[in-house]
Design a protein around this ligand. Structure first.
Ligand SMILES: Nc1ncnc2c1ncn2[C@@H]1O[C@H](COP(=O)(O)OP(=O)(O)O)[C@@H](O)[C@H]1O
Ligand SMILES: [Mg+2]
Length: 220
């Protein structure tokens, strides 16, 4: 599903990723852990095609069987829209739009029709226990509800892989537990692959596999 070989990243003179290699199977839930500053977010952004590795290094990056290296910027954006979902620590929902509208946006960007998209968005919000909140704006929702709307938004285009960067970092422990259980329920229902950066011990322990990052490399 995801194969990365020899991923390097510099910011200015500083080498942030120092040759990362990993292989994640379809349907796997992998937790990436490690101290702050280790390069977890940088790696997740590269695996999620939001950023690029150093091209002068001979790297490989396959996501959902596609070699990202050979795609144009436009092709990468289209690929990301269709194959990848993101969940961030802060929900990053658009404040002016309702829950339903926020969930629909990636589908509209992908060229999907209004009624088809709204039907799917309502089904997802219902699945996530939010059918009574679809017309609320983000600031009218609890932290846990906002994060579940962000999950629905990540899922709207039926991506095969979800990347989440400290998704429960901003939630109380009950909402965090609820969100973590949701990831496993989604994997079981839809077979999605999850790559989760987390400081949450319980989530890391629930994962199929944990990768520990330290100083720009994976140490186990
Ligand atoms: N856009 C950037 N420009 C310069 N330095 C950055 C940038 N993004 C991250 N860094 C640096 O890269 C290192 C790794 O950051 P990050 O990947 O966010 O680590 P983590 O998510 O493990 O805390 C940190 O030292 C951080 O300051
Ligand atoms: Mg980070």
């Amino acid at each position: 599903m995801i194969v990365a070989k020899n991923i390097h990243k510099y910011y200015g003179e500083v080498e942030i990723l120092k040759g990362v290699n990993l292989h994640i199977k379809k349907g796997e839930i992998v937790a990436i852990v490690g101290p702050s500053g280790a390069g977890k977010t940088t790696l997740l952004q590269i695996l999620g095609t939001l950023d690029k590795p150093q091209k002068e290094q001979n790297y490989e990056l396959y996501v959902d069987g596609i070699s990202i290296k050979n795609l144009s910027d436009k092709e990468v954006s289209a690929f990301r829209n269709q194959h990848i979902g993101f969940i961030f620590q802060f929900h990053q929902l658009l404040p002016e739009f309702t829950a339903l509208e926020n969930v629909c946006i990636p589908a509209f960007i992908g060229g999907k029709g209004k009624s088809e998209t709204e039907t799917r968005a309502k089904e997802l919000l219902d699945f996530l226990g939010l059918s009574h909140r679809i017309n609320h704006k983000p600031n009218e929702l609890s932290g846990g509800e906002q994060q579940r709307v962000a999950v629905a938004r990540a899922l709207i285009n039926k991506p095969s892989v979800i990347f989440a960067d400290e998704p429960s970092g901003n939630l109380d422990s009950a909402s965090a537990k609820n969100l973590h259980e949701l990831f496993f329920k989604l994997r079981d229902e839809f077979g999605q692959t999850f790559v989760l950066v987390t400081h949450n011990k319980e989530l890391a322990e629930m994962a199929d596999r944990t990768l520990t990052m330290k100083d720009g490399v994976i140490v186990d």
